[in-house]
Design a binder for this molecule. Structure first.
Ligand code: G1P
Length: 912
């Protein structure tokens, strides 16, 4: 049984016999644009975007079934055929039957090594794969070693099929697009320079070239080249190609391969499927000897770029240097490190912290499980990935936030797809008009964290543009007058309209407040966080996110009342005053609410004046607070579902027939986690209710073998009045799987309300299930969800990672900012401390580096310890402990600002 073994403190891990697990894939990518993935048999694809795939696109199902993939052929002593990457017909047939071949994967951030050993042929291969962080080329360092007693002659034939076109052509005009390809043989391999890129709306001259090349440790080039896929495979198969088969000496005769080899510099072969296949001169390895090769494959815009990139990897020495630089580059991206009593957990957290980087690069489109859309990131993903960035590298975050706010429309909705550059937006991935009602929630949550970490309240006063297109009235209207060449809002004098960040936040949260359905709960519209609740657009309502908006309205009010803003006069769009209406009558009256929203939308939809007025900060705060409190009161009064004396939970949604989703009638108990998360996080659930919710969740949702808390109970029906999730099998994805993102937010909510033991249970179950490799079958990190049999799916690219990191750092260790002051309020359980009763966290805060040691010498449990002492770089810090039971310390921003930014500072906290 294979398991994950960590071999250092940087998360580097090893797994024996990883090639027996079919859905494993590992990301290797650069900052320059190339995004690849590799499997334990070197399968996987590589691309820069939807229209530029170097290898054939791979989704999870063809990842291992498609044999047409990177391969490394060896012909041993002219007799035996062996794939150094384990992908020959022989090896495939015997993989799980044969104990003669072993395969071990070792990997760290963005590098992957396969060590394969065959005891029948006495040969070993070690394949180290990475993408230099600054190039568009993937590099494989291949070492072949003779592990037998006698010498061996080896012929080495790397063969990487080049696809070289858009993913759209995988079925649409697959053959026709091969006619556009042009294969050239260079000194070191094969280059494809397609003529056109196929697009029936208007064909374009191709803008890229694709290549596979290689050399040996002495800089020797290959000597025979087979660029035509048809010729290379011939009458064989991708895992037993004819050219490889024919290289075997039968008797004393070498089979004639019909002169299919093509010499470097000859004319191109036109219009054929291409493979970067070439043969090196045969060489002899004595017992224990090895030989190393470098094979690289990439995409370039033109010859200059190709020359520049390949020049940086044209010797083994340069490749080794690039490998070290690349490793260090990615390691430096993760500057949070924890030390607890469980070193596996500490290593696991390194991967969790790295995951947001991976989603920044791969979006949700470019790893085998993630085949959504054609690139770009979604709105809520963007804001949540920012949370992790804020903790690890806040330097560019201010600019990023300002850029992102420009995606908000004046009606409170937003562009949903974000391009690779800050400030690049698209209305929708599939050009469908959709409004996700949760989108307005996330920006304030992220902005609040930014302000807390940095103390930069003035961000709220920065001016940003608004996104504008034909879509008006919160997706319910089409503008007749929109004719702008760009996507920026202008007033009726055609002047660019800008508003403060605060104005953007107010518009998002206030429009959501007034947009309610028949139960006076925020309308669900086309879905909320749960994308798969997408069939209740008319009457659906989200109680879950009504809570979240309440939390925001209260949070904004707190900010305005904090006295931290320089000015008490706040400049806002005059039309926004309509939404500031503050009276119980309108709050309770659904028709009135609709009218208020419509009045606002009419004013801002066509012929927008864009005038400003000044409002008083405390009056504004009061109006917001009343709205937030009203939502909470309304939910408390109407949405609680009692289930006997000791259990109960909140309703989370209304469906398109106006029926509550969560219920307990006639023996049927439906419970959804989302409503519980936000009612706890935002303060709707009181203490007794939290106890009851936890009890109910343990009974109805918790499944230890599948990662912990499921997203919902089994409704047992295909609810076409709610969403596609009810068409999914129960226990998969959004229909009742343990969906990491919501499970982590559950933990976060519980920690926030002081329920550390319960929060830890949610986090720890996810960790335990992930690390149980034999069951989860994923590399370290948190998957999007756990499905059938506890298997982890959709590795790496999940918003859960940001929240996990944030919860561990800010809630479990309790290190957070408050308007720039650094506070530490540990909520670690006794079992988490190491054998010296200590836990530590190393992290950056306010551009300074800290190590925070938390000592619990009496081994006390959370809840029975308080802070007895605190030292910063050896100096005592006043902990304001008059009551003798301080649970947090605070170091003022002014004090932090004076600390040297070049050295690491030590904060020692003693519990007792
Ligand atoms: C994914 C999406 C996210 C969505 C969630 C639930 O979650 O990326 O936007 O809210 O599904 O439908 P993730 O993969 O981030 O865990």
């Amino acid at each position: 049984m294979s398991e994950i073994k960590f071999i250092d403190r940087n998360g580097t891990f090893q797994i024996e016999n990883a090639d027996l697990y079919n859905n494993l894939y590992f990301p290797i990518a650069s900052e320059y644009g190339l995004k690849s993935c590799v499997t334990p048999t070197l399968s996987g694809d590589s691309k820069t975007d939807q229209n530029h795939f170097l290898f054939e696109p791979m989704s999870i199902e063809n990842l291992n079934n498609n044999r047409l993939t990177r391969n490394l052929w060896c012909i041993i002593d002219g007799q035996k055929i062996w794939s150094a990457s384990g992908n020959s017909a022989n090896q495939n047939a015997k993989r799980f039957l044969d104990s003669k071949e072993t395969c071990k994967v070792t990997a760290g951030f963005m590098w992957h090594r396969i060590t394969r050993e065959n005891n029948e042929f006495d040969i070993q291969s070690e394949i180290t794969s990475f993408v230099p962080y600054d190039l568009n080329t993937e590099v494989h360092i291949i070492r072949l070693c003779n592990s037998g007693e006698s010498s061996k002659e080896i012929s080495f034939i790397p063969a990487f099929p080049i696809y070289g076109r858009s993913a759209d052509n995988i079925r649409d005009h697959r053959h026709v697009t091969s006619l556009l390809l042009r294969a050239f043989v260079s000194k070191r391999g094969v280059i494809d320079r397609p003529t056109l890129s196929f697009d029936e709306r208007g064909h374009q001259l191709a803008d890229s070239m694709y290549y596979v090349e290689g050399y040996d440790e002495n800089g020797e080039n290959p000597f025979e080249f087979y660029p035509v896929l048809d010729d290379f495979i011939g009458r064989g198969t991708p895992d037993w190609p004819e050219i490889v088969n024919n290289a075997v000496v039968i008797g004393n005769e070498i089979i004639d391969d019909g002169n299919k080899a093509i010499a470097p510099g000859t004319e191109s072969v036109d219009g054929q499927e291409i493979i970067g296949a070439f043969k090196f001169k045969p060489f002899t390895l004595q017992k224990g000897e090895s030989k190393t090769f470098v094979i690289y494959a990439g995409i370039s815009k033109n010859d200059d770029e190709y020359a520049r990139h390949t020049a940086q990897i044209n010797t083994l020495e340069k490749v080794k240097e690039s490998f070290e630089k690349t490793r260090n580059y990615w390691l430096s991206k993760v500057n949070i490190r924890i030390l607890t009593g469980d070193s596996d957990f500490d290593n696991y957290m390194r991967w969790v912290a790295f995951q947001p980087e991976l989603r920044r690069i791969y979006g949700c489109s470019f790893l085998p499980h993630h085949d959504y859309g054609k690139g770009g990131r979604g709105w809520r993903d963007l804001w949540q990935d920012c949370l992790a960035l804020l903790l690890m590298d806040p330097s560019g975050v201010r600019q990023m936030l300002l850029g992102n706010y420009c995606g908000v429309r004046i009606d409170g909705t937003n562009a949903t797809i974000i391009g690779s550059k800050t400030g690049e937006f698209k209305a929708d991935r599939n050009s469908i008009t959709r409004v996700w009602m949760d989108h307005g929630v996330w920006p304030f949550i992220t902005t609040r964290l930014y302000i807390d970490q940095t103390g930069d309240v003035e961000l709220l006063n920065e001016q940003c543009r608004y996104f504008s297109d034909k879509q008006i009235r919160r997706g319910k209207g089409i503008s007749e007058s929109f004719n702008s060449a760009d996507n920026w809002l202008r007033n009726n004098n055609d002047q660019m309209y800008e508003g403060t960040v605060l104005e953007h936040i107010l518009i998002q949260n206030l429009t959501a407040f007034w947009e309610v359905g028949e139960h006076n709960i925020c309308k669900l519209r086309d879905a909320d966080w749960n994308d798969a609740l997408d069939m209740a657009g008319d009457r659906g309502e989200s109680v879950a996110f009504a809570n979240a908006y309440a939390g925001n309205l209260l949070g904004i009010a707190d900010l305005l009342d904090s006295g931290k803003l320089k000015d008490s006069g706040i400049s806002i769009c005059e039309d926004l005053q309509i939404l500031l209406r503050d009276d119980e009558e309108s709050y309770n009256n659904i028709e009135l609410k609709e009218k208020v929203l419509n009045d606002y939308l009419s004013n801002v939809s066509e012929s927008f004046r864009g005038n400003k007025v000044i409002v008083d900060a405390s009056e504004l705060a009061c109006s917001l607070r009343n709205k937030g409190l009203w939502i909470i009161k309304n939910i408390r009064e109407k949405e609680w579902i009692a289930d006997g004396e000791n259990s109960g939970w909140y309703n989370s949604y209304y469906d398109n027939n106006g029926r509550a989703l969560d219920l307990t009638i006639e023996g049927k108990k439906n419970m959804m986690l989302t409503g519980q998360v936000f009612s706890i996080m935002c303060g709707t659930a009181d203490e007794t209710q939290i106890h009851k919710i936890c009890k109910s969740a343990d009974r109805l949702l918790y499944d230890e073998n599948s990662g912990g808390y499921r997203l919902n109970t089994d409704f047992g029906e295909v609810k076409t009045d709610m969403g596609r999730m009810f068409g999914f099998a129960y226990g998969e994805k959004e229909n009742g799987a343990v969906f990491s993102h919501m499970a982590v937010m559950f933990a976060n909510a519980l920690y926030k309300r002081g329920y550390a033991k319960e929060g830890y249970k949610a986090l720890n179950s996810l960790y335990n299930s992930s690390k149980d490799f034999h069951i989860s079958q994923i590399y370290p990190g948190i998957p999007e969800y756990f499905g059938r049999g506890g298997k982890g799916l959709y590795s790496y690219l999940t918003g859960a990672a940001s929240w996990y990191l944030m919860t561990v750092t800010m809630n479990m260790f309790g290190v957070s900012g408050q308007y720039g002051d650094l506070t530490v309020a540990p909520a670690l359980l006794k079992s988490q401390f190491d054998d010296k009763c200590k836990c530590s966290i190393e992290m950056e805060y306010a551009f300074r580096s800290f190590k925070i040691d938390i000592c619990n010498p009496k081994a006390l449990e959370y809840g029975s310890y308080s802070i007895k002492g605190c030292r910063l770089d050896g100096r005592e810090i006043d902990i304001n402990n008059e009551c003798g039971c301080a649970t947090n310390i605070s170091i003022p921003k002014a004090c932090i600002d004076q600390l040297d930014s070049c050295v690491r500072h030590l904060i020692e906290i003693e519990l007792g």
